[in-house]
Ligand binder design. Structure first.
Ligand code: PLP
Length: 424
C-alpha cells in the first residue's frame, strides 16, 4: 500500500476514507454508511450534498473566486454582512469575515482591545475567560481556552489564563446547589475584576453553552443576565463565542437569545457555511465600531482569504436554506425530542451521569459512579471507546471533555444536522 504523507490527527492511525455524503449520511470507500450524529465537528448543520449550496458555489466560481479585501469589496460578502446584520440581535450590525472559529475569536480579542485604545484607555487589554472552555487553537485563542489538554504543550507561549469557573451545575465548582448558590459562578467574575482592576480588562469571553470542553453545559437561569450586568458596571465588553452554538444549533439563531442578553461582539464559524467551505465571522455592535470609525478607521487584523466571495456565496446559500426550511425552529423542536430520548440513557446505562443541552446540541457525561459522580480515570478513555464502538455501528459522535477540571472527565456531543428527521 502506498504510504500516506497526510498529517492526520493521530499519525499512525488508520482512517477510513469518505467517498461521498448525502443528507445526514456519509459513505466510506468500502461502502459503509454512517449517520453523521455530530455534523462532523458540529459543523454540517444542513447535511451533505445540498443542491442549492452546490449551485451557489458553482455560480460564484463562474463569476470570480478570489478578490483581495484590501483592493476590492465583493457582492456576496456585502450581501452576507447585510444578512447577518438583519439576523443578529440588537445593533450587532458589522461583520469581519475570517476563515475559522479560532480566527473569529482572535479577531474579537483584537477588536475589543482596539476599541479601548481608540477611547484612550490603552491599559484595558486583558481578556478574561472561563475554565472548561474552548475558543480555538491559534496561540491567541488558545490563551483564552480553558481546555487543559489542548493548552498543555504550549503554556509558555500562552499570554492569558482563564480565571473564572464554569457555570457547571452538575458538578458545581463551589459545591453549591442552584438557586441557593446565588450564582457564585457569575459573581466570581466581579471578584476577579476587583482583584485585577477593571482598568486593565478589555473583555470577558464566554461560550453560551460550553461545547468541546464541557459537553453542552447549560448555565443556570439568570447567569448571563448577571454576567452582562457585571460587565456593564465595570466597563468590560462581553464577547459571545458562538462558533459552535450560532446559526440555529441550539434552537435560536444565536444561543445568547435564550437569555435575551446581547453581547458586544459575537464570534461565528462552523454552521455559518455548514462545512461547505471555510468561513467564519466576528460580528461587532455599532457602539464598538463607532470609536474605530471616528478614530484610526483601520481594524488591525485580516487574512488573505478574509471575505472570500466563494465562501460568502456559500454562507448566503446556507442561511437561505436554513430560513426556507425553518431549521432554527426545527432545531428547537427536534432538540426537545432527542433530549427526551437521550435522557432515558441515564436509566439504561450505569455510566451515563448527565444528559443536557439545548436544541440539537446535546452532551452526555460519563461517570464511573452515578451517585458520587466520580469521573473515570484518565487512562480508561471511555469517550474514545464509546465513539469507536458507535463508529463501528455506523454512528458518528463528537468527543468532548467534562468532569473535574485538570483531573479527568468524559463526555460526548450529539449534534446531528438540523435537517435530521425523528426516524433518522
Ligand atoms: N470556538 C468554539 C466555541 C469552538 O467550538 C471552536 C471549535 O471547536 C472554535 C472556537 C475554533 O474553531 P475552528 O476549529 O474553526 O478554528
Amino acid at each position: 500500500m502506498m504510504r500516506s504523507h497526510l498529517i492526520k490527527p493521530i499519525l499512525d492511525e488508520e482512517y477510513k476514507q469518505i467517498s461521498h455524503g448525502s443528507g445526514v449520511y456519509l459513505y466510506d470507500t468500502d461502502g459503509k454508511k454512517y449517520l453523521d450524529g455530530s455534523s462532523g465537528a458540529v459543523t454540517c448543520s444542513i447535511g451533505h450534498g445540498v443542491k442549492e449550496v452546490i449551485n451557489a458555489m458553482h455560480d460564484q466560481a463562474k463569476k470570480v473566486s478570489f478578490v483581495y479585501r484590501s483592493q476590492f469589496t465583493n457582492e456576496p460578502a456585502e450581501r452576507l454582512a447585510e444578512k447577518l446584520a438583519q439576523l443578529a440581535p440588537g445593533d450587532l450590525n458589522w461583520s469581519f469575515f475570517v476563515n475559522s472559529g479560532s480566527e473569529a475569536t482572535e479577531t474579537a480579542m483584537k477588536i475589543a482591545i482596539q476599541y479601548w485604545q481608540e477611547k484612550g484607555k490603552h491599559q484595558k487589554s486583558k481578556i478574561l475567560s472561563r475554565w472548561m472552555s474552548y475558543h480555538g487553537i491559534t496561540i491567541g485563542s488558545l490563551s483564552l481556552s480553558g481546555h487543559t489538554e489542548r493548552r498543555a504543550r504550549f503554556v509558555p507561549l500562552l499570554d492569558a489564563n482563564p480565571v473564572i469557573s464554569p457555570p457547571y451545575c452538575y458538578r458545581c465548582p463551589f459545591d453549591r446547589t442552584y438557586p441557593g448558590c446565588q450564582l457564585k459562578c457569575a459573581t466570581e467574575l466581579e471578584t476577579a475584576i476587583n482583584r485585577i482592576g477593571s482598568d486593565h480588562i478589555a473583555a470577558f469571553v464566554v461560550e453560551p453553552l460550553v461545547g468541546a470542553a464541557g459537553g453542552a453545559i447549560v448555565p443556570p437561569a439568570g447567569y448571563y443576565e448577571k454576567i452582562r450586568d457585571i460587565c456593564d458596571r465595570n466597563q468590560i465588553l462581553l464577547i459571545a463565542d458562538e462558533v459552535m452554538t450560532g446559526i440555529g444549533r441550539t434552537g435560536k439563531m444565536f444561543a445568547m437569545e435564550h437569555w435575551s442578553v446581547q453581547p458586544d461582539i459575537i464570534a461565528l464559524g462552523k454552521g455559518l457555511s455548514a462545512g461547505y467551505t471555510p468561513i467564519a465571522a466576528t460580528l461587532v455592535s455599532d457602539s464598538i465600531i463607532e470609536p474605530i470609525l471616528t478614530g484610526s478607521k483601520l481594524i488591525m487584523s485580516g487574512h488573505t482569504y478574509s471575505a472570500n466571495p466563494q465562501s460568502a456565496a456559500v454562507a448566503l446559500a446556507v442561511l437561505t436554506y436554513i430560513e426556507k426550511h425553518s431549521l432554527v425552529e426545527a432545531s428547537h423542536s427536534k432538540g426537545i425530542f432527542l433530549l427526551n430520548e437521550l435522557q432515558q440513557f441515564k436509566k439504561k446505562f450505569t455510566i451515563v451521569g448527565d444528559v443536557r443541552g439545548k436544541g440539537l446540541l446535546i452532551g452526555i457525561e460519563f461517570v464511573s459512579n452515578t451517585n458520587t459522580k466520580l469521573p473515570f480515570k484518565k487512562d480508561c478513555k471511555v469517550t474514545n471507546l464509546v465513539i469507536k464502538q458507535a463508529q463501528i455501528n455506523g454512528l458518528l459522535i463528537y468527543p468532548s471533555t467534562a468532569g473535574i477540571e485538570g483531573v479527568s472527565g468524559d463526555a460526548i456531543l450529539v449534534a446531528p444536522p438540523l435537517t435530521i428527521t425523528e426516524t433518522e
